[in-house]
Structures are given as structure tokens and as C-alpha cells.
Design a binder for this molecule. Sequence first.
Ligand SMILES: C[S@@+](CC[C@H](N)C(=O)[O-])C[C@H]1O[C@@H](n2cnc3c(N)ncnc32)[C@H](O)[C@@H]1O
Ligand code: SF4
Length: 433
Amino acid sequence: MHFLQSLALKYSHIKMQKDLNKNLNISFNTNEDFKIPTKKSYMLYMHIPFCHTFCPYCSFHKYYYEEEKARIYFENLRKELHFIKEKGFDFHTLYVGGGTTLINENELLKTLELCKKLFNIKKISCESDPNHISIEQLSRFKGLIDRLSCGIQSFDNEILKKITRYEKFGSSEILQEKLSKAIGVLPIFSIDLIFNFPNQNKEMLLKDLNIAKSLSPNQITTYPLMKSNLTKTIITKALGTSLKDNEFEFYKIICEFFKDFKQNNAWSFALQKSDFNDEYVSSNNEYVGVGSGAFSFLNNRLLINIFDLDDYTKALFEKKDANIAYASFEKKEILKYLFLTELFSNKININAFNTMKNCNLKKVLNLEMKGLKACNAIIEENDNLINTDFGKYLCLTLMKDFYIGMDKIRAVFRENKHIYTKNNINIMKAKLS
Ligand SMILES: C[S@@+](CC[C@H](N)C(=O)[O-])C[C@H]1O[C@@H](n2cnc3c(N)ncnc32)[C@H](O)[C@@H]1O
Ligand code: SF4
């Protein structure tokens, strides 16, 4: 990596943090309805915030699973789905994320069936841990779930022990056995791995990649370990620290390893190229989120749903929208966000981007594009902007920063339950700035 490239990485990291911290001006929604459809069809995101146990690196929004709590939650989800149907929304794709989405199969089945009944949903993607992927369990979802991603994280028994997944989900050998039976039951199966764990070396990484590839899943996602302020101490306690950060070196190894695969985005590799992968933000400019703690991106606003489960129940009982807060953006900020999310999928067609977003990309992001070209992150070819190898890495680090920034929002909202009081809102605003 040359000097200009390390400078570009540092600059973009600082800029992204600043944008997320300072420019994300969150307001609290008292009664205004921002969830109004302006086009035909959207992507729907549904959050299932339950896990049996928690992993030390994970800061996704979740609660410990209790059957009764989950049953009430799914009932509320179905109420929210009816609510957005009444507003006139329709959806082409559904992403169910968590947590562990298959944690209560009966309730999930009922809810997915309702989604298909209410909307013209053609594709459904779900996430699971390795304890819900037996042939019997997955067979119940045939014809309903089109894509399943399963968190494996590593096939190294020492790492699995440190991240407390060895006892919960099984040793490397058991995981391989579970996966070999599960892959092929549903149309697309994706294995999630994490790389750049402290003290992970090149051999350990290659072993993970080789095992994942040998199981022949349709997709493999390799997330760089993301450490937010909330998780970094817990991660250090569980995994120790490394003297050297291997993220860039390991990413080069991963790209080289998957050179005969199609790259769906900077961290997802597939046997067949598809925009049906976990990073729905990169293939869907606007989306609606349902469920506790879900985000929506609609009409230039980021909308945040209620986090606390009792507040969520109360809002739906009162037939109120579950949206409690929002952030509005300037047009240039939106274009930068869309530019990053599209570039994350490796290629932008300038003409299509301009038409879709009603802008002149070269004019409005002139400086940003010059900077990216100068550090050899993108090249321009026949009206296309294409990521170079360095560009892919830059996008990976920016997406990582973006997710870490979202973590902070989640944490502040989760910490401050029943946020309707004025005093609480001021405390939260201070924490978010
Ligand atoms: C929301 S989790 C749900 C997966 C499922 N509950 C499981 O544990 O297998 C989706 C994936 O995000 C990734 N992930 C979660 N926290 C991460 C972190 N701190 N750094 C990198 N990847 C992370 C993991 O690969 C995980 O499998
Ligand atoms: S990685 Fe999966 S099982 Fe572990 S805490 Fe996160 S969502 Fe739950």
C-alpha cells in the first residue's frame, strides 16, 4: 500500500466517523408519520431480537430468548405488518435479521406466510445460528425461505472456545457435519466467517477458508472483526490483543483465495453473482424496517423503530407507528451514502446512477471521485466506475465504520428505555453527539 492509499484510508475513516457522529442529527418523532410509500415496491427488513446466548463480539440488537416474550413479539410484528399494509406499502424482497431468526420456527413460519399473503414478496432471506439448521428444521421452510445465512465465524476450535461458541454450537468437526447436511436444503446457503481475530494467523485463516469452500455453500461472507466502543473491551478479554493488525494483509489473502468466485460485494463471495446477499443496504436504496430496533431508509430519512419490547407492544396496542426517531439528510449526504453502498458492490454505472438519483455524479461528488482516482481506488471505464483491489478494501473499511456507527445508535437507544420523557431525550442526544 503506498502513501496516498494509507492517507486515503485514514482520511475516509475520520470523515465517516465525523459524518456519523456530528452530521447524524437525530430528532425524536412525536406523532408525525414518515412511513409513507412514494413508489411501487420496496425491500422489507424484519428484526428478530432473540438469542439463547450472547457472543462476546456481537452488538446486534437482541434479548435473551424467552418463549412467551418471543410469542408476544411475533404477534406484534404481525400487527405492524398489517399496519404498513394499510398504509399502502408493497415489497419485493424480505430480509429477516437478528438475533437468531429461526429461534421459534412456528412463529416465524406464521409470520413469513403472512408476509407472502399481504405483499408481493418474491424472495426471502433469513439468518441463523448453527443450532437451527437440521434437515428437519430447514425442510419446514422449503418454498418460503430462498436464502439462509448461517454464522460459523471460524472452524478453529481455539477461536470457537474463546468466542464461547464451541459449547453452544459445537466443535469445528460438528459444525462441518451440520453444514454438510444443511447445504442444499434451501436454494441459497451462505456461510458467515469473521477474519482478523486477535492472534489469528495466516494458516488459521487459510484453514477456515479451505473448509468453508470444501463444503460448497452458494455464498461465503468474510466479515472483518468489527470492534465498537461497546465491544472492544469484551473482545480483548475474550481473545486478547494482537501486536499487528492483519486486516489488509488477510483481506488480500481472501480475495486471492476466492479469485475463481464471483464477488457480490467487498466481503461476499459466491459461486454465482447475486445481489441477494446480507448487505441489503448496497442493493436497495430505500427500505422499510419492522420490529424492535429496526431501521428504515425512506424519502431521505433514516427512521428508527422503538427498541424496548414493552414500548413496542404499547405502541402497536395503541395502533401507533413503531418509529420513534429519525435523522434527515442533505441531498449531497444521501448521494455520498448511495455512492458508497453501490461502490461496495464493486461497480457503479454513472449514467444509471444519474438517472436513478436525478443527479450529476461527476459534478456533485467531483472532489471525492478525484481523490478516489488519485489513490487508485477506482478506475473509470466505459461510463462505469470500477473498484480496484485497493478500492474494495477501502469500501470494506468504510462499511465496517458505518456498521460500527450504527452500533452506537443502537446502544444509546437500548440503554435508555421508555425514552418518551423529555429528560431522557436530552441525555440521549448528548450521548449521540
Ligand atoms: C446478526 S448475526 C446473526 C447470526 C446468528 N445469530 C449466528 O450467531 O450464527 C450475522 C453475522 O454477523 C457477523 N457479525 C456479528 N458481529 C460481528 C462483529 N463484531 N464483527 C464481524 N462480524 C460480525 C457474524 O458473522 C454473524 O454470523
Ligand atoms: S452472533 Fe448470533 S448468536 Fe451470537 S449474539 Fe450475535 S446474533 Fe446472537
